[in-house]
Design a binder for this molecule. Structure first.
Ligand code: AHM
Ligand code: MG
Length: 323
């Protein structure tokens, strides 16, 4: 079985980038261990703080953020970091080439009920010599990512990653504390009859999204001509992972609960890395109107509507938006 460093070497990933990826992974292993200990480690429950997006921070959001931040800002190859749990970007080394954005613990509402959560990360190259505490240096579209990945903390801990040469899956071997390659060359089936969306927001969606879901619910008799199944884990990492394994479509569209927000999910540490992984696995990823990775970010915490997964089904949703 191959180790991560052997896979990165075969993909000709630069040594400096490998050292950055390694630090992300060291922090994720620590998060995986703490999650396993759960209540025994005193990590469950909420803090009294809110993040910049007005969400209450869970203890584990803060712990995971600190683990990743501490590892990365002391890495000489990291110019700076941007995190869901940090109001502003944080400077690393002035000479560092890489910028890392991350959602330290995605699906936080699942923590206290012992369900799947994940860490999502995206790595860009700094294009000039500005310091990492200036968010402008991060504001590049998703096509510029040099690596993207997530760790899914489920029944086993899995690292799913791409450096632009396809998608590999590594399983954490807890007997030795290493991620070992367990699947490679992941391809998402092009067609699907399984959708994931938070149906409770239906009345707030745009007409295009309402129409698509209405047509899915009509089944064999409807215009889409097939019977759909539905899943909702409330953890994007878990949903994307299911889609990588057996196909499907995941949507978190814009809705009018707060019209000033472009969506719930964040572009630079949720939309973009997941889009790179999905595209590298032969799937597609869109806002409904354009490819997510072509969206130009204007701020580190920008939000984006998300439609991703099996290629032909994503094309159908895009088609509804063109009508
Ligand atoms: P988080 O980063 O604060 O955990 O929020 C993102 C999560 C996604 O993982 C998931 O798809 C979505 O929020 C669930 O939202 P909802 O609460 O509407 O079900
Ligand atoms: Mg998240």
């Amino acid at each position: 079985m191959k180790r991560l460093d052997q896979v990165l070497a075969a993909d000709k990933v630069p040594a400096e980038l490998e050292l950055v990826i390694n630090d992300v992974i060291v922090a994720c292993k620590d998060i995986a261990y703490k999650l396993r200990q759960g209540e025994l480690a005193g990590i469950l429950g909420a803090t009294e703080d809110e993040n910049v997006q007005g969400e209450t921070q869970k203890k584990l959001d803060v712990i995971s953020n600190d683990l990743l931040k501490d590892m990365l800002v002391s890495n000489p190859f990291v110019r700076g970091i941007g995190s869901e749990e940090e109001d502003y970007t944080v400077a690393g080394s002035a000479q560092g080439k890489y910028l890392v954005t991350f959602d330290p613990l995605d699906g936080s509402s699942n923590i206290d009920v012992n369900l799947s959560v994940g860490t999502i990360f995206s790595i860009l190259e700094a294009q000039d010599d500005r310091s990492g505490d200036q968010q402008e240096v991060f504001l590049q579209n998703g096509r510029k990512q040099v690596a993207a990945g997530y760790v899914l903390y489920g029944p086993s801990a899995l690292l799913v990653m791409t450096t632009g040469n396809g998608v590999n899956i590594f399983t954490l071997d807890t007997t030795v504390g290493e991620f070992v390659l367990t699947k490679s060359g992941i391809q998402i089936p092009e067609d699907t009859a399984e959708f994931a969306i938070n149906m409770s927001n239906q009345r707030f969606w745009e007409p295009e999204m309402k129409q698509y879901i209405d047509d899915c619910l009509k089944g064999e008799e409807g215009p889409l001509g097939k019977r759909y199944n539905m899943r909702w884990v409330a953890s994007m990492v878990a949903e994307v992972h299911r889609i990588l394994m057996r196909g499907g479509i995941f949507m978190y569209p814009w809705d009018n609960r707060d019209p000033s927000k472009a969506g719930k999910l964040r572009l630079m540490y949720e939309g973009n890395p997941m889009s790179m992984i999905v595209e590298q696995a032969g799937g597609a990823s869109s806002t409904g109107r354009m490819d997510i990775m072509d969206v130009q970010p204007e701020g580190i915490h920008d939000r984006v509507p998300v439609v991703l997964g099996s290629k032909n089904e994503v094309a159908k949703v895009v088609g509804y938006h063109k009508k």
